[in-house]
Write a protein that binds this ligand. Sequence first.
Ligand code: DGY
Length: 328
Amino acid sequence: MSKSNILIARAVFPEVIAKLAQHFDVDSNQTDQVWTPAQLIAKLQGKQGVFTTGSERIDGALLAACPALKVCANMAVGYNNFDLEAMTAAGVLATNAPDVLTETTADFGFALLMATARRMAEAEHFLRAGQWSKWSYDMFAGSDIHGSTLGILGMGRIGQGIARRGALGFGMKVIYHNRSRLDAATEAECQARYVSKEELLGSADHLVLVLPYSASSHHAIGAAELAQMKPSATLINIARGGIVDDAALALALRNKTIAAAGLDVFEGEPKVHPDLLGVPNVVLTPHIASATLPTRLAMANLAADNLIGFLTQGKPLTPLNPEVLPKP
Ligand code: DGY
């Protein structure tokens, strides 16, 4: 049987490319340039599979122009770069990379929360700029983490990981809001209490966003929601850009409607809203919550194993639209 042709749309670990090359004729993008939609379509001609990252948009127009395509394997748990409905309608399988990044991403969410609450970025910039001349009683005084109220919006696997860290490690009171309430055993394990979005916004000292992006979560945190938060509160976004209205957030930070924010994701990233770059009370990181080498390797391997499983045996590991798989 002849090998399928696949495209690896971005640079990735050489050992993962080598593994894929054992099964497929592989075309890869080692320059790591993010292709335009037209370039991606040109590269996908005659390809049955594609290894994508969050940077490649797979939509109806691309699918119509790439009739050979059967599977898109995302090296990310989030898949808002996929138009899943269009993929299902075209009979194209979509897979993501869940679970392998949960603990690493929860670690980062907690690190960003701590850096934000304790004003680490501001303090470091001050020191590097040679402005540290004396100790003062309130210099970079931030807010406490231990014993405070941790709010989590979006209580999937990563949200639960953050809740466990907060409750068990720092004695935080954990409240959460989610589309659906967790079962009692999971709530008990995370020591988390389900509350309305309104209560979450009004009670959290530190609010962490971990919900998936969709049309319904677009600007879930905008000016009205920021106004409901405590003036001493911090907001952490490790979910997706677009969940927060970045312009409204920059204004809220400038006006001290809330105390501080920690952002790993941005609307229209890698561009960052210029107003956010101009406010001091925000910690900014370039979408690195899952970035440890072991985790990124596990994510890449899972995406590769999805391509291998589906194209060689019809059995993907983590399908998003299993309804397109042939019925047994
Ligand atoms: C994910 O997996 O969705 C991350 O945001 C990509 O690193």
